[in-house]
Design a binder for this molecule. Structure first.
Ligand SMILES: [Mn+2]
Length: 373
């Protein structure tokens, strides 16, 4: 029996600028989650930890992130637990690579960083395992990370690490370190520990090859962060168990504005099921009552405290047919304004039309002496 903790795409050092004032907090959380992963490896008594690329978000890291990695890897070292890692696309093995500047293997004797240009392997006789891997040498490449992969020793178990994209016709850029599903099947491995995709995904096929996704929320992620606990029985039967390690949660909601009579209803809707660790992206759609003027930024700041982060995107349009019938002399300005804006809306392209529609909505409200939210 062999027990592995497989993670990837940790992206230490991510800036999180889209989170505004919460950016620092999530940067710290990334460090905390990384520590929690190492604690989990110790508590679960795994035989080895595999990090399949993008441990770092870039090759330029503050010293404290390097110190953190060395300190945490040494915790596993004290436990005699080996760690294998490959440079990914963000921390690729180019000339200025962090793995050239920092001697992780020298500072952590339990760590193996794969730096050979082609696939190389590391044998662990005490657990009857050989691990195979090669670094990504640049951000982009047409070469498959599985090229030339085959069992090269007589250990019971063979596991490869690779950082790249499984080939899906039409959906994957050809220079995104692409490998074919056939290459997985032909590799002769017992398991392939993948990295690169920011979601959990099991490649279809008989040979188990998984992406764990990032362990903690990143700006392009749509799900909670997890790692994979992989166990191989003596007959090499593979069991993969996702384990939640991320703190932040993420969801997306759409609010149909034609069903919203007033601001209070909208706020209630936006707050449904919230939590202090939730990152929510709310899109307002459909036709919005002309009386209801919505300011996305103001909603964000009014309700933001109830979330870890709230993003409101207003894609709603005003109900044009509800524009008040103007005819009274004292409302001449309004009539002129409405006619001018209607012309503008009809003659504009998609993007300008949105702006003109919003301007019409604001303009009418202002001319009627209303406060704008
Ligand atoms: Mn990544």
């Amino acid at each position: 029996m062999l027990k592995i903790l497989h993670t990837a795409d940790i992206h230490l050092g991510t800036r999180f600028s889209s989170l505004g004032s919460k950016a620092t907090s999530q940067r710290e959380q990334l460090r905390t989650t990384f520590k929690n992963i190492m604690t989990m490896a110790i508590n679960e008594g795994v035989d080895i930890v595999l990090i399949a690329g993008d441990l770092f978000d870039s090759n330029q890291q503050p010293q404290r992130n390097i110190d953190l990695v060395v300190e945490q890897f040494n915790r596993l070292g004290q436990n005699n637990t080996p760690i294998c890692l490959i440079p990914g696309t963000h921390d690729c093995l180019d000339f200025s690579s962090i793995y050239r500047k920092v001697d992780l293997e020298g500072q952590c004797p339990n760590v193996k960083v794969f730096t050979g240009e082609d696939i190389t392997y590391q044998e662990y006789p005490h657990i009857n395992l050989t691990v195979y891997g090669k670094p990504n040498l640049s951000n982009r490449s047409y070469i498959s990370p599985l090229e030339g992969l085959r069992p090269s020793t007589s250990t019971r178990f063979h596991i490869a690490m690779a950082h790249g994209s499984a080939y899906i016709p039409g959906r994957i850029a050809e220079d995104d370190h692409v490998f074919k599903l056939d290459e997985i099947e032909a590799s002769g491995m017992n398991y392939i520990a993948l990295g690169h995709w920011h979601r959990m995904y099991a490649c279809p096929g008989r040979l188990p090859a998984w992406y764990p996704g990032p362990p903690e929320w990143l700006p392009d992620q749509r799900e909670m962060g997890s790692v994979l606990l992989v166990s191989l029985s003596d007959s090499a039967e593979v069991k993969v168990e996702p384990k939640r390690v991320g703190l932040r949660d993420y969801d997306e909601i759409v609010v149909e504005m034609s069903e919203i009579p007033e601001v209070a209803t909208l706020k209630k809707k936006l707050l449904e099921g919230t939590s202090r660790n939730l990152i929510r992206r709310a899109t307002l759609k459909g036709l919005c009552d002309i009386e209801l003027i919505v300011d996305a930024e103001e909603l964000e700041s009014d309700l933001g405290e109830e979330f870890f982060h709230l993003k409101v995107i207003d894609e709603s349009h005003p109900k044009l047919k509800e524009i008040p019938e103007v005819g009274f002399e004292e409302r001449l300005i309004m009539a002129k304004f409405v006619n001018l804006m209607k012309e503008k809306i009809e003659s504009s392209g998609e993007e300008e039309k949105d702006i003109a529609e919003a301007a019409l909505q604001y303009g009418i409200a202002l001319l009627e002496g209303k406060d704008i939210l």
